[in-house]
Design a protein. Sequence first.
Length: 320
Amino acid sequence: MVDEDNGKHIQMTSFEPFAKLLKQAAPAKAVELDKILQVLNPVCEIDRQSERILFQASRNPTMIRFGMECTCRLQAHAYVAGIFINAISTPGYLEMGLEEKRKLYEPADHLLNWAVAHEIQQALQSQGHDIAVGDLFGGLGKELPEGLLGGLNEVQVSFGEGLFRLAVSFILLHEIAHLHLGHVGSSGAWSVEQEKEADRFAAAWLLDAADDSSKAQIRRINVLFGIAVALLWITVLNVYLGPQQSSTHPEAYDRLFQVMDEFVDSTDIEESSMVWYLVANSLFVHMDHAKYEIDAERMDCSPRDEVNYLIDLLANSNSQ
């Protein structure tokens, strides 16, 4: 692991701190996690320099690597989700028009500008385009600026922190699934199916633990929020750059819809409404910012159908 800086931006570390995070996210699965990790015995590689979305599992040696830069951007998206959840909880929210809802989302603007600027810059650079952060959405530098969270209230911050931990846990479990289930590097339909299987493993793991909680309904909803944050984060590239047509991964918007549709309990009105509202409103804010032509009448439906409509727009777009 050597580069022009003699590999100083790469840090090898024990997986133990990440195991602790997973046990906090899913305490009922702690014993099972220990058994899996005892067999896999993974180490963790932290990349402090790479800008790309970097969460990856590999064998020989068994390793899970992730990037600090993209993790920081995920944290920003989690705080944005905290703002959205706080907005959804506002009395009379369902009766509000789009302009009233936009005002509730305003505290998210700077966070989204910062995070999305970096996501799009990295993606474009990987395609051979050299665009500065400042040219995109008013990007605000490499690190999450300390003052950027100053306008958030206590509830928004609390939601954001919790969602960030759950989103990271979902991603880590996705990578553990690749190792635990014996997935191998490939391309085409088999690779796509492996990614879907890893998504299902991670979601089921967290939700199984939530169902064993003394506050199962609340815990389930929070877990589903966290999973949605992780999948919405990678869907941002679809919003601004259109379908990615990867030979190894499903489109992010497909992963988002399929995971949520499989694991959100449609018979639980509270769970179904709250989770799909978060997904619908998050997609709407991103797509509204990207200047998609969104038919307000088509948005006058159930939140799940709103998500389905917005994803159809993404699937049929080559970027705005």
